[in-house]
Design a protein around this ligand. Sequence first.
Ligand code: ZN
Length: 345
Amino acid sequence: MQIVMKGVRIGMSLINPFRLLILIGMMSSVPLPGLVYAWGAAGHQTVGAIVDQLLAGSHAEQQVRKLLHTGETLEKVSIWADCAKGYCHAPLSEEMQTFVKENPHRHEYHYTDIPFQKMEYETGAIGTDRNDVVQILRQCINVLRGEDTPPTNPHHFTPRIALLLLAHFVGDVHQPLHVGNAYVNKDDHMTVSRSQKQLDSQEIHSTRGGNYLLMNKSQSLHGWWDTAVVERVMHHAHATTPQELATDLLQAYPDDETGSAYVTDWPIRWAHDALRYAKSAHAHLEVGPRAAAQDTKTRAQHFVWSLTVPATYGEDMKIIGERALVRAAVILQEPTDGGGHNYGL
Ligand SMILES: [Zn+2]
């Protein structure tokens, strides 16, 4: 298929750059300290379902189908990147096994850990990584646009793999805690980490995207954002499936605006949006006291902190979660809509 960037301006009529981001990360219902998951399956599948509905009957849908296998939809493949991590209670496909073999740092693709107090993502700054979600999204977009090739891109992504990853990571980068991270100082106050030295000397600790911040004995702040907020959105919409929620959200947010930045800069803009959400997600939370804990996987020692959360937190954050899901979907559609902008599919 021809993948050519036809323009640099994003269409303003149908899709919003905010919609595509929220699809992917809802794997952990129980917060396991030390693990960083993305939106749970329902969140990612809802983002994919929204895009499937937006693309139905379009030329772009035909182009997307050329990269998908028979029976696949964006809703279904939105969790491919998590399934490749073994989270889907199913054997890894041959394609996933190849991906796993060729991508030893694949677990890092799903997030970045910028201090949530920051306004912007800066490449190379504390919390960023050359394999973080922003960099991987940029690489996927470049491959889909034909500006990079499987042999030359850093991880040898094919256009199909780039689409599968894009469908997931657009969701992840809209989960506020996949971008904005809380760092805690010796006095158990949230602070901004300014150097790697502060982290190495344990003057300041990372909370691993809120995985080390506990709302109660069995629920981390990260886990709450991965699953509980989406459950709340679904309950509010009286939706029982991602398709039903997709339909409801499209009615609630029919004309989100799109941006006009150059498409490969979108991932950075999405990170900036997520940082805004992350500030709200951490506002009015009280941290402490700390307790010693051990990573269930690596056995590494670390701390966890109890949180005091405002009574209205769930309802307040529901609105942010709703918005983030829609934005993720719109963004995902933009790159795939074939409207003369975007990914040129
Ligand atoms: Zn993920």
